[in-house]
Design a protein around this ligand. Structure first.
Ligand code: HEM
Length: 378
């Protein structure tokens, strides 16, 4: 657990030099503009494979979360190791990875009584620590094999993130902890966001039709979409912003007061743990008209963005600890959602009602998986 605090940025309690240097790797090598541009054709290929897979599933029930999870996971696996790790449609493997990652995030991020009342810290939530360690070890085992193989073959020609880490002499421990942060944060948050967006669009036919119209007008090609084509589509963008307002994957964000300060006549002592409730911000009736309704239009003519400047809307957080993968995350969510809607009509399976219940966790996700039936448009 001490290494988790040392090598990760998410679990680092302070913005110290170690946190700064790991974060610099995230902002540069992992998700900086050059790194993202370098990987664009690979991302297009992975989304193309997802579309191909769904074309073969016409008229059948599809678990949207599983398909998106596999696509996101393999995209990252190629970014990091230049190889796929899950076969599309391999339900057993998806289940295994998903469960391990979900459980690791659950046990590793659930606040304990000691987080709120430091006086109890001596008691130590040992059961929770053990659970986190169990899943952590399971994940490490999977990556250890890949790292060992790459070291043994000495192959240094992929231009992927593992090559960068090896060339810069990261220790095995450091590499494993970086991967431990990348895969769960990405696959959990991206999967749940696309799943919610699809669920909201299925529920709100007006928004769905407007999005279909925009995609038909802007994307002429019936075979493939380029990532560059979807970055500037206003209605798609508004649908994603509205999804993140209603369903921020991380509902509560802990920050630490680095100095004593006064907020609205309350004194916040240095070292206090402050929980930002992003879900409540997005549902505040003083800010949002009809806060529980899915209305992407509200973002069309507003300058509101999720870059951490508009404090009424912070799905990616704000300040120094703001999500370092924002750019990557929005690219992926836009591209996957646009492809699902542009290439397919979707229906609910017979006799199935859309369930919109949330289950709290990191990420906050749908209580029941979204099962839909694809119908090819082209
Ligand atoms: C829709 C997708 C995503 C959303 C809504 C999201 C949201 C957030 C939020 C709210 C925070 C906390 C910010 C704060 O403390 O102010 C955060 C931090 C973080 N996110 Fe994301 N995230 C997303 C995708 C990703 C992806 C794809 C990755 C990795 C590949 C990632 C990695 C991280 C990491 C490592 C941190 C911790 C940063 C630090 O503490 O310095 N996130 N994210």
């Amino acid at each position: 657990m001490a290494d988790l605090m040392k090598f990760s940025i998410l679990w680092a309690p302070e913005c110290n030099n170690q946190w700064k240097s790991v974060r610099a790797v995230w902002r540069g090598e992992l998700f900086g503009d050059t790194a993202l541009d370098f990987q664009v054709s690979m991302r297009e290929k992975k989304v193309g494979e997802m579309v191909g897979f769904l074309r073969g599933k016409e008229g059948e029930m599809v678990n949207i979360g599983d398909v998106v999870f596999t696509t996101v996971f393999n995209t990252l696996a190629n970014h990091c190791f230049s190889e796929d790790m899950i076969g599309l449609g391999d339900e057993k493997m998806v289940k295994d990875w998903k469960e391990t990652i979900w459980r690791f995030m659950e046990s590793g991020t659930t606040p304990t009584v000691a987080d709120f009342f430091p006086v109890f810290s001596g008691l130590g939530p040992q059961g929770q620590k053990n659970k986190t360690l169990k899943y952590l070890k399971k994940l490490f085992k999977k990556w250890e094999v890949i790292i060992r193989q790459r070291k043994e073959t000495g192959s240094l020609k992929h231009g992927d993130f593992l090559e960068f880490m090896l060339a810069n002499e990261f220790s095995d421990n450091q590499m494993l902890h970086m991967l431990l942060e990348i895969f769960p944060a990405a696959s959990g948050n991206l999967t749940t966001t696309v799943e919610w967006a699809m669920a909201e669009l299925m529920k709100n036919k007006y928004a769905m039709n407007k999005l279909i119209e925009e995609l038909q007008k802007e994307i002429k090609d019936s075979n493939s979409i380029k990532e560059s084509q979807i970055s500037q589509l206003p209605y798609l963008n508004a649908c994603i912003k509205e999804t993140l307002r209603l369903h921020p994957p991380i509902a509560f964000v802990p920050h630490l007061a680095s100095a004593t300060c006064k907020v609205m006549n309350y004194t916040v002592p240095e070292g206090s743990l402050i929980m930002m409730n992003l879900w409540a911000l997005g549902h505040d009736p003083n800010t949002w008209k009809d806060p529980f309704a899915f209305k992407p239009e509200r973002f069309l003519d507003s300058g509101l963005d999720f870059q951490g400047q508009d404090f009424e809307y912070l799905p990616f957080g704000a300040g120094r600890r703001m999500c370092p993968a924002l750019h990557y995350a929005t690219k992926q969510v836009h591209f996957i959602l646009a492809s699902l809607i542009h290439f397919f009509d979707w229906s609910l399976p017979n006799y199935v009602q859309l369930d919109m219940n949330e289950k709290y966790g990191v990420p906050v996700h749908k209580e029941k998986p979204l099962i839909l039936v694809p119908w090819k448009k082209f």
